[in-house]
Design a protein around this ligand. Structure first.
Ligand SMILES: Cc1cc2nc3c(=O)[nH]c(=O)nc-3n(C[C@H](O)[C@H](O)[C@H](O)COP(=O)(O)O)c2cc1C
Length: 216
């Protein structure tokens, strides 16, 4: 018998829990050193692959960065890029920037580089003729799905973008046709917060959504 699956009813309890999930998702930079259980990351990536994608192209490519020398190359890239970023600020902002912790590359047990395959044949180009960048948007959607799925399992994710994309791409030896989108640190967070670390550090507070919406 091949029955059609019944769509689930999520209900108010789930909606409230989902709201908590969104509100308690954080960018995490402070990780415990203990490893994640076997199979957990694979489960998160598998869920992320259910994200929407232009033309159903699924252009995301996840690279597990395990090799210590490749990890060291990524950290060195962060250090160079962060030094250069610091030089772009003066005065109080510079002093504050210098104190921020902007990566968890030292301890995160799992590190995933995420790329967009710009030449994938999947989807046969549907939806991206006038906006080829939608391939990259699709990858970002998958990253956000992974981020929420991770938090639902108590796992923290930190997105590191203070990196030199060419250096990271070369260090990971991936096809030239892949565009570097994100470097993600995953692990058990040492602390949980309802507010972003950059807000707590006095860099940038969150604004209310009303200020981001126009009507025409
Ligand atoms: C595209 C992108 C790139 C980011 N790059 C960095 C980064 O290099 N270092 C960092 O500390 N946080 C990075 N973040 C995390 C943001 O700082 C964080 O999302 C923001 O401060 C709000 O905090 P929250 O994620 O805890 O809500 C990045 C987030 C995004 C979406």
């Amino acid at each position: 018998m091949t029955g059609k699956p019944e769509p689930p009813t999520f209900g108010p309890e789930f909606s409230a829990a989902f709201r908590d999930l969104v509100l308690w998702r954080r960018d995490v930079r402070r990780f415990e050193a203990r490893p994640l259980p076997d199979g957990l990351v694979e489960r998160l990536v598998a869920l992320a692959c259910h994200a929407p994608s232009v033309g159903n192209s699924q252009p995301w490519r996840f690279v597990h960065v395990e090799d210590p020398s490749r990890r060291a190359a990524v950290r060195a890239s962060f250090q160079r890029a962060n030094r250069e970023a610091l030089d772009g600020y003066d005065g109080e902002a510079r002093a504050l920037y210098a104190q921020l912790k902007l990566e968890g590359l030292d301890l995160a047990p799992v590190q995933l580089a995420v790329f967009a395959d710009e030449v994938t044949e999947r989807g046969a180009g549907l939806g991206r003729q006038t906006m080829p960048e939608t391939l990259r948007y699709s990858v970002v959607g998958a990253i956000h799905t992974l981020w929420l799925a991770a938090r639902a399992e108590g796992v923290g994710v930190g997105w590191v973008s203070i990196l030199e994309p060419d250096v990271v791409t070369a260090a990971l030896d991936v096809p030239d046709s892949w565009t570097f989108i994100a470097y993600l640190c995953l692990g058990w967070p040492v602390e949980e917060h309802l507010d972003p670390e950059l807000e707590r550090a006095g860099w940038q507070a969150r604004a209310d959504s009303a200020g981001f919406v126009l009507r025409r």
